[in-house]
Structures are given as C-alpha cells and as structure tokens.
Design a protein around this ligand. Structure first.
Ligand code: BG6
Length: 525
C-alpha cells in the first residue's frame, strides 16, 4: 500500500530534530531541514518583495530549523550598501513581522551579506561570482546557490544571461554544487514574449534549474485539492460531465492596486491573476489523476488539461468574458478612489481590474461543462473558493408532494479565508409536514492540526532548497496557458468596442452586474 506521508527517497532532506524554540507554539516541530548547505542570493535585495516577504520568510524558517546548516543569504542590488547596513535594514523589516529577541536576530543576521550589483554590467556579475566562491570557501557552503529574482520582470532575461556568462549557471564542476534560479511571475506578457524569455534563460540554465513561482500553489488549501481528489475513492467517480453541472472558481480581493500602478497598467487582471493563479486552480480541479505524486507526473497532467482549453471565439468575446474596472466606493467605512484616480494610473485607462470568464475543457471528462473563473479587485470581501455544482436529480419523486425544484448538491472548497470543505445536500425537515431543507457537512481545514505550517514564501523557498519542483510552473504549462490567453488579450486590446466591454463597478460590490448574465455570479447560492 502506498503511503503518502513517506518522504521521497530522492529528496535531499532530513526531518530536522525539533530545536527548543520559545516562539514555536507546538512541541511537534516538523520542518524539513534541507540537507545541502547553500547560499541564497537575492537579486533586488533592497526592494519591496525582499522586505515584505523574503526576509521574514527566511527568518521564520531559520527559527524553526528549516534552513540548512550552514547557509548564507547574499543580498544584491544597485544600492551601494555594506553588509552591516544591509543587516540593519533587514532587521527593521523583520521587526515589523516578528519582533525577534536580540539574540535570535543576531544569530540569523550573522548569515546575511550584501554585494552591490549592476544588472547590466558583466564585470559586476563576475565580481559576484568571485564573492560567492570566497564565501563558499570561508563558510563551507559546498557551492550550492539559489538565485532569487526579486527584480522587475524586464530584467529577468538579462540577469539570467549575465549570471550564466559569469559561470553561475554551471553545476557540479570544479567546486560547484547545484545552481537554481527562482523567478517570480509574470513569465512574459504573451506567448511570444514568454517563449523568448524562456529561450534567453535556457541559454545558461536547464529546465530542472528553473523554479517559476506561483504562490497560490503553496497555499495549504490549494495543496489539499490533490489529496482531496486522489486520496479518496468516493469523489473521482462523480468528478465528470455526468454528475457535474458547472464549476466556479473565484478569487475576490478587497485590495486595490496598492502603489503598483506601473505594473498593473501593463498587466490588468487577466495577466495578473488568470495567466497564473486561476489557471493553476483550474488545472488542480480538472486534471486527470497523475500516476505518482511526483513533480513531473503532476505537471504533465496539469499541462495536458491546459492544452485542452477550448479557444475562445474572439469575434464573440462578450459571450464568454465580462471585464470590469472599479469605480469609487466605500470600503471598511472609508471612501476609496476609482482605479483611474489611483496614483500612476492613466485617467482614461481601459485596464480591467475584474474579469469573469466562461470556459470549456475539450476532453472526454469535461465536455460541455462550463467553468466560470472570476477575479477582481476592490470587491465586497476577500474570498477565494471553488464551487462544484452537481446536476439536479434526474427525476423528483417528491414533485407532487413538495412542488418546486430540489436544490442541487454543491461542494465548496474554501481556499481563503474560509479554509473549509462544505458539502450541501437535502434532508427532511424534522416535523409532521413533509418538507426538504438544504443542510451542510463542514470540514474545517485546520481542525485537529498538529505542528506548524509554512506560509507560501516559506514553502517555495524551502522546496527550492530541496530541489522539489512540484509547486512550480513548468515552461510547457506556461506556454499552454499563454496559447489560450494571448488571442483573448489581443481580442480585448484591438476591440473597437472596448468601452462597451469594460463595465465600471462600484468599489465594495461584487463586480459589474453583467457578470450575472454570463454565469452563476460570484457567490454560490
Ligand atoms: C498576486 C497578484 O500574485 O496575488 C496580486 O499580483 C494579488 O495583484 C495577489 O493581490 C493575491 O494573492 P492572495 O494570496 O492575497 O490571494
């Protein structure tokens, strides 16, 4: 019998013994400590991502024994800093998240270094290479390196190539160990630019070295979708067109664009949320069972699903796609500006901040079943969830007694903030009269939880150190999704009637009412 809790033999990890940690709530500390020591080189170390996500994640991993021994974090950026000032700056950032005691911080900070880097200067990358070799030697780091791109996407290709030219993509030669590249989304802005970027990176790095992040995949409740589907025998037989009427995947946010106008004005909701997170959620729900819980087998099945996406009839876009842009409105008692009044946004911007899409998967399992994907900013509340609506009963023996229709069964996989699985079904209402009522069976994901969990960035950093690509995009999947989305994006961008396609919705609502005409709306009944 298979046992999914057994660690993979090929994974370079050991379960770290629980180090006494006054900050850890649970005695059952089960963080996996990567066995290979390494340097984590952050390109763009003075930026926002490093401050808000990466450094707190690294610190927390350190606290819980989730980093190898020894390790080094090398911050690189254009800013002229020295290691001492870099450590001070990072302390201020980590303080915001954790308030570590001085001893804990000092012990962690002793592993932080800074090396200035010009992203267009080959000599600067050669300096970095020398610096890392020296650090390997003085700190017994075994020549393993992670290069984390916390950079503007426009610099990805150039930075990968300069790393490569400085010999930093090479593995297992001389005193080198492995070399891995972590790339944040977006991976290109359409099919052409994504393949071009990939070709550029592949000049010096093999596919096994490239870790393309999608932080949704690292969410506990998203990882759970595979377990739910494939570690239970009762769901798969009904997980198809015979029993499922439609599927709705929603990622609603209350946040606006948060000082990211430069990026968002280029991306909009389709590139920001659909090309990555929504497509991953869709694949996890729709994919065939992989033959093994292994990164390649799982990603094979996801890509096969993405390749089955039915192309949109671009001349009838509005039958399949509703776009919106937030107007002003109230949120949490405060008046919020319209998207067009956000700093840095063009006053006549046509960039969508909301989209609802109806799509079909052309394969045997899903033929004819609509999938509704919805995501938007400044909506009524934060809500990420997947609802599977089953078909109506084929014949109601209660029709004469009860009249009306019987509400179909529904299964809701709550991703955030309701981390729950809820099944709705009909029962008899207690009492003398024959009446039906829909009731729910609820599972709270953190029920009976033992031990700590990893936040999304802790998880991706750790998996990269372990060399496990399960939760990262593979390039064929990226390209399959761009093949589907690029004609839609082009269709929207050249559409003469863009003003008609783009509906304004008030901040704090559930998006434009036109969404309701396309499908079941955001909220399940
Ligand atoms: C990011 C997008 O990838 O995901 C953001 O760039 C979005 O625009 C965020 O706000 C949503 O993530 P989460 O985890 O808060 O649902």
């Amino acid at each position: 019998m298979s046992d999914i809790s057994k660690p993979d033999k090929n994974m370079s990890a050991v379960i770290a013994p629980c180090e006494p940690d006054p900050l850890a709530d649970s005695a059952e500390c089960l963080f996996e400590r990567p066995r290979d020591s390494c340097s984590i080189v952050i390109l763009g170390a003075t930026g926002d991502l490093t401050a808000r996500k990466l450094m707190p994640a690294l610190f927390n991993l350190y606290q819980h024994g989730g980093l190898p021994k020894p390790f080094a974090v090398v911050g690189c950026g254009r800013t002229r800093l020295d290691t001492r000032r870099f450590r001070e700056k990072m302390k201020a950032e980590v303080d915001r998240a954790f308030h570590p005691g001085p001893d804990r911080w000092e012990a962690f900070a002793a592993n932080l270094y800074y090396q200035p880097l010009s992203f267009d200067d080959p000599a600067s990358f050669e300096n970095l290479s020398r610096y890392l070799t020296e650090l390997d030697y003085t700190h017994s780091l075994a020549g393993n390196r992670i290069f984390y791109f916390a950079l503007p996407p426009s610099l990805y290709k150039q930075a990968a190539q300069l790393l490569g030219r400085a010999g930093l993509g090479r593995e297992h030669l001389d005193n080198l160990g492995w070399s891995r590249l972590v790339v944040e989304k977006p991976f290109g802005r359409d099919l052409q630019s994504a393949t071009d970027l990939d070709r550029g990176i592949h000049q010096y790095f093999g596919e096994h070295q490239i870790f393309r992040i999608d932080h949704y995949l690292a969410k506990e409740t998203v990882q759970n979708i595979l377990m739910f589907r494939f570690a239970n025998a009762i769901f798969e037989p009904i997980w198809n067109r015979r029993y499922i009427d439609h599927v709705s995947i929603v990622a609603a946010e209350t946040l606006g664009i948060e000082n990211r106008a430069d990026y968002y004005e280029q991306a909009g909701v389709l590139r920001d949320m659909f090309q990555n997170h929504m497509m991953q959620l869709l694949a996890l729900i729709a994919m065939e069972p992989p033959s093994a819980f292994d990164a390649e087998r799982v990603r094979d099945e996801k890509t096969k699903t993405h390749r089955c996406l039915r192309p949109f009839p671009v001349d009838r876009l509005s039958d399949y796609l509703v776009l919106g842009q937030y107007g002003p409105g109230m949120q949490d008692g405060a008046t919020m500006p319209a998207y067009r009044d956000e700093p840095g946004v063009r006053p006549d911007s046509m960039m969508p901040t909301f989209a609802m899409m109806k799509l079909f998967i052309d394969n045997w399992r899903w033929q004819g079943v609509p999938f509704f994907l919805t995501s938007g900013k400044r909506l009524s509340r934060k809500l990420t969830r997947i609802s599977i609506r089953f078909k109506d009963v084929p014949h109601s023996m209660f029709r004469r007694t009860l009249g009306g229709t019987i509400t179909a069964n529904q299964l809701v996989l709550g991703i955030f903030p309701d981390e729950k699985i809820v099944l709705t079904f009909q029962t008899k209402t207690p009492g003398v009269k024959v009446k039906l009522r829909p009731v729910t069976m609820n599972f709270n994901y953190y029920q009976d939880q033992a031990g700590p969990t990893l936040d999304a960035y802790e998880k991706v950093l750790q998996d990269c150190m372990l060399g496990d690509q399960m939760l990262f995009w593979r390039q064929d999947g990226v390209e399959a999704c761009w093949s589907f989305l690029t004609p839609i994006l082009e269709g929207c961008e050249i559409c003469r009637d863009r003003t008609e396609m783009l509906h304004t919705y008030a901040t704090g609502t559930w998006g434009p009412p036109a969404g309701g005409k396309l499908g079941p709306g955001i909220l399940p009944p």
